[in-house]
Design a protein around this ligand. Sequence first.
Ligand SMILES: N[C@@H](Cc1c[nH]cn1)C(=O)NCC(=O)O
Length: 454
Amino acid sequence: MPSLTAPAPARAAYLVWAAALAVYVVAVTGRTSLGVAGLQAAERFDISATTLSLFSVVQLAVYAAAQVPVGVLLDRIGSRTVLAAGALLLAAGQVMLAVVDTLPLALAARVLVGAGDATAFVSVLRLVPAWFPARRVPLLNQVTGLVGATGQILSAVPFMALLLAAGWTTAFTSLAALGVLLGTLAAVVVRDRPARERDSVQPVGTGPEVPPAAVAVPPRTRVPMRAVLREPGTWLGFFTHFVGLFPANTFTLLWGVPFLTAGQGLTPVAASTLLTVAALSGIVVGPVTGELTARHPLRRSWLVAGAVAATILGWASVLAASTPRPVWQLALLVVLLTVSATASNVGFDFARTFVPPARLGTATGLVNVGGFVASLISIYLVGLVLDLVRPDGDYVLDDFRLALSTQALVWAVGLTGFVLARRATRRRMAARGVVVPPVRDVVARILAERRDRS
Ligand SMILES: N[C@@H](Cc1c[nH]cn1)C(=O)NCC(=O)O
């Protein structure tokens, strides 16, 4: 059996990760490209704003539906092939969108984009534990999400400039060319695992609170799908991603800018500045969350619960008021949305530490479904209420207050699942001999140790 501790060569590990990450950045650029080209799309396909939002919904639905099949493929054929094939699929969708001028064909193109996009993030997450020591994985997962988000800047700035200067066909064909280029690079550079295999010895129960309980699990052991579905840790990951991701997606993918402009009276420039603040705050929030996750693996669920509670309070304070809120309060809200989105990545850490490595891709895909299903439901509910209360689309603040309050339903479902899955996970851990001491006991012990020392 290969050594459990031999590190993979760091340069090679970073090279593999960077090549895969580049594909993820282009996937996010493709995902968000239609958002910035909304006006041109409405003109080209002769459609209303509501029909335009159908593009986002179709793409997100395909993305979510593809997660488990992609995860299964990752476990069977590895990140390199899935990543390269996904990049080509994404490029095919962008080329198609570049040339078609009817709505059904444009929607079909977006299906391809959604399917290609679905492969990128989970492929990168599958590579990280194979190439890096367990201690670094939570941080690198956060940095992966963070760097991926810069794809949104690429679509907002250079892609938009190309669209305005050279037109629709050139802009989308260029995006496709970039996808082919980086997909090819990934096929050449990425290796699914180092030559000296890391056996992903990353069980929960390690960290300062409990001594390491390393368990060697040969990576290619066959693990049935039902073992993944019966593992409560998988569902803890699913509901973590569910409750953490949807507030940020609801805001950034569709309803944030209309709420800030039509509801709160900000200019479009001020609204996009706030979205930039949200993205930039991730530079601090992501690594801090990653580091805390790595240092306190037995307290990860508290991190998630705290982030969700803060986000609920942030939204409640904004929506309770019937007058526009000061900019500082809106800025605080968008930062909290980033805190929640970064906490959602802890869901992937639950998958990594509770599911055998041979099924890590499947479990990662399943966890990712949680966030995107919740996002779809939330985006739909907000749109539904807005349509009911203001069919003419001339929204005012009160319409948004009511519509955005529907997020409470999604939180209620997500938090119920989270609490139940957490309980089941703790029971399973106790059965395996890892008993998590209550926080008050840990605090009492630390205080007693301090007293003894002084
Ligand atoms: N949780 C997000 C990534 C993220 C966003 N902000 C911080 N991290 C996620 O799961 N993304 C999936 C994807 O395909 O982008």
